[in-house]
Design a protein around this ligand. Sequence first.
Ligand SMILES: C[S@@+](CC[C@H](N)C(=O)[O-])C[C@H]1O[C@@H](n2cnc3c(N)ncnc32)[C@H](O)[C@@H]1O
Length: 189
Amino acid sequence: MSKHTWREVAAFFAGFLRNPGRNGSIVPSSPRLTEAMIAGLPWDRIGTLVELGPGVGTFTDAIMARVRPDARVILVEVDPGYAAHLAARHGARATVERASAADLDAILARHRIDTPDCIVSGLPLASLPVAVSGRIADHIRRYVGRGTIYRSFTYRPGRTLRFFGDGVLTYRSRIIWANFPPAVVLGAN
Ligand SMILES: C[S@@+](CC[C@H](N)C(=O)[O-])C[C@H]1O[C@@H](n2cnc3c(N)ncnc32)[C@H](O)[C@@H]1O
């Protein structure tokens, strides 16, 4: 599982200092959380995968190592520095969209993707502006209703679940203590 260079960790910490609510955490997710995020994903059935909020590419490395060679991977990251880093590292194989996940429908429409097979999200819904998180959750709820597999993590499950309403996020992992802060994976399908 992905281990970051000190430069990547420093860049992520600087991202937190620039915008704490948007960055959501002070260090990238741990290898244990990465493992929990991708546990059990049916790689042979995933032809389109969208990652929201990849940051310095913590989950991206693990995803790119497993995804089918013909799968389309779209990375949606709002921070220009992270987006440039992701493009340099994964640009040959994945498409980096420097954009907000609040515009997910429009982004996928541009790529002529109606319903992605899988959405992996590192977005800190619990610490983004409520209107932004609500809009992102609306998009995700709709895709999940059409069968998209969804995986995300949160440090504050109660606050995150509120954006989706009852019965949408039916997948929940045990608490991943080997992460700072401890987190749970929430998802659907
Ligand atoms: C908690 S970090 C997760 C980074 C990485 N996935 C990890 O787990 O270490 C949150 C990431 O979401 C990005 N982000 C925040 N709001 C966003 C938005 N509206 N659209 C796209 N990315 C966003 C931040 O720039 C940051 O890279």
